[in-house]
Every structure is written in structure tokens, then in C-alpha cells.
Design a protein around this ligand. Sequence first.
Ligand SMILES: Cc1cc2nc3c(=O)[nH]c(=O)nc-3n(C[C@H](O)[C@H](O)[C@H](O)COP(=O)(O)O)c2cc1C
Length: 237
Amino acid sequence: MKKRYYDLENPESWPNYRWIQPPQIAYFVTTVDNAGNHNVTPVTLGTCIGASLPRNDKPGEYYSSFSLGHANLPDGGNVLEVRHGFYNLEEVPECVISFIPATLMRHSTLTGLPIPRGISEMDVAGLTPLPSRKVCPSGIAECPINLEAAAFQTTRLGYYYTHYLCKVIAVSVDEDLMAKDQSGLGSLEIDPLFEVNIQRNSNDQIRLYYGQINRNKITRTADDIGCLKDWIGRFEQ
Ligand SMILES: Cc1cc2nc3c(=O)[nH]c(=O)nc-3n(C[C@H](O)[C@H](O)[C@H](O)COP(=O)(O)O)c2cc1C
């Protein structure tokens, strides 16, 4: 098989970056400044990166991470601006992560517009604050799942992104969603929006393309491969 190789340290090397970032569930990251003004940033550069279930009398430990732009950069016809979520996390290192159901595609697009700092995207998009119990920012009532999270480490990723490591310390889930979740698929039950691509449409406009998972096409591991006792198992097994 012939393979194309891109040396990503060469500035002339320009692959489709979707070879590197696969489709990712979109979520709102809600933050506050010191005065309590709310900001909502739609985000896809991140996911849950650690999940230890409760065991040996210890509570479960869950970690999520995401990246926000921290610089102003010219970008074709646009200016990429410092994310207001970045400013807020500098002031109050807490957030609420709310997965975006397909019913909120329009809201997701509205919250992604460059709305001036101090104006809450929730007001612009018609979303309702859901008071949090352990962190200052509210969640979003229209989102069936809201994760309250504390950012405990930030890392600069090159010239544009700041990466946040967060401990998820509480989750609120709509009870009717829990009743529906017979399959155990959890967040997939909300029919979440995935960011799939950003590309030109037939009118030469740059659009963000979302996708959804067809739940009838979920495949489980075939019964005749792997360990039959556990999903990983032990070497002897
Ligand atoms: C679905 C979607 C995903 C996005 N993912 C990110 C991301 O991961 N990081 C980021 O910095 N911007 C991301 N953006 C762009 C920001 O959300 C957008 O620039 C927004 O206006 C920034 O909001 P803020 O300045 O209020 O924080 C995304 C936008 C959309 C619509």
C-alpha cells in the first residue's frame, strides 16, 4: 500500500487536519468572570481523559480536558480572537461542560459567534442557566447532561492554544434521560452533535459540518474474539 507522509514540522506540509482530529462530541463550556458574568464557548478540542470507577472505598475519579485559543491571530478573512472562556478561566478556574444534543444545533452556532465580552451567550441563544452546586458557573438547563468541573492545570500548547485539565466533581443528568438509558450508552442517548468538519459549501461559504451517530449501527465486539471473561482479561485467561 502506497502511503503519503506529512512531516508536520515543515510549514509547507498542509494535510487535511481531520486526518488528525476525528469527529468529536461538541459541548458548551460555561465559565464566569470575577463579577459573575457568564460566558458560553462551544468546544470540541477535548474529551474525558480519565475515568476510574469507585473502588476500594474510594470515590470515582473523572477527568476531562479541552483547549481554548489564547491569542489574536489573522486567519484569512477572519481574526481568531482570544476566547472569552480563556479570560474567564484565568479569573475563576471552574466550568460546566454540557454536551450538545442535536436539538440545539442552532444554539450551538449562535454561541460560537464572536459575541462581545460581558454579554452572555445564554441570553443571545435563548438558553436557560442551570444553577450549579459545587462550582460558580451555571450549567445549561436545555442540556440533559451537565458536568461541574474544576480546572487544576493549564498548559500552553504552542502559539495558540491553552489546554485545561479539569477534574469533574459532579454531574447532573435529566431523570427522563436516565429512564430512557436502558442500553447504558449514557451521553449517546441525547443524540449528541459531533463536529465533523469545517469546509466550503457549494456557494463557497465556510460552514461547520455536524454529524450524528446512527445508533442502529453500533457494533459490539464479536463473541469469538478476545477474552471471554472480561473486556481485557488477564494473560492466563
Ligand atoms: C462546534 C464548535 C466547536 C468549537 N471548538 C473550539 C475549541 O475546541 N476551542 C476553541 O478555542 N474554539 C472552539 N470553537 C470556536 C469558539 O467556540 C468560538 O470562537 C467562540 O466565539 C468563542 O467564544 P468565547 O470567545 O465566548 O469563548 C468551536 C466552535 C464551534 C461552533
